[in-house]
Design a protein around this ligand. Structure first.
Ligand SMILES: C[S@@+](CC[C@H](N)C(=O)[O-])C[C@H]1O[C@@H](n2cnc3c(N)ncnc32)[C@H](O)[C@@H]1O
Length: 135
């Protein structure tokens, strides 16, 4: 399956083939993240805000947030690009994407894609104004 130029499966960095055990490790990490996401958001927020300050998104731009987690940065980016812009949150963990979706449900300019940002990309990518990753 291919979505937004992302191939499904979990690819360890630099590997050409997906690795199911890597998927399990990512799923476990996502579960832990989901349990404490409010606290982790508080801790990470200053870093995300610094990254956004450097990126300086403009109204109407399309921004892709790679590894969007529970959606804190997506919601902040949506505010910066405004209703005419678009933010696509990409994460490997369905559990976190569900949380992100619930946080952004009222934001029409936001959508989410489940996928591995490290996976090989096709040439069918949609052009974005910027890609951001706040890890
Ligand atoms: C530090 S969190 C990001 C938090 C988010 N940017 C925020 O500030 O709310 C890292 C996220 O990256 C995701 N992730 C890790 N490896 C990934 C990959 N290869 N592709 C997509 N997402 C990935 C994890 O599932 C996790 O949700």
């Amino acid at each position: 399956m291919e979505l937004f130029g992302l191939t499904s499966g979990c690819y360890p960095l630099g590997m050409a083939e997906p690795d199911p055990s890597f998927c399990q490790a990512k799923a476990l990490a996502a579960q832990a993240w989901a349990e404490v996401c409010e606290l982790v958001d508080l801790q990470l927020s200053p870093l995300g805000l610094r990254a956004m300050e450097a990126l300086a998104p403009k109204s109407g731009e399309l921004i892709v947030d790679l590894g969007c987690g529970a959606g804190q940065t997506v919601v902040q980016l949506a505010d910066l690009v405004g209703p005419d812009g678009r933010v696509i949150g990409v994460d490997i963990a369905a559990l976190l994407l569900n949380l992100a979706l619930s946080r952004a449900v009222s934001l029409a300019q936001v959508s989410f894609v489940e996928g591995d940002a490290q996976a090989p990309r096709s040439d069918r990518r949609q052009p974005a104004s910027a890609e951001i990753s706040c890890h």
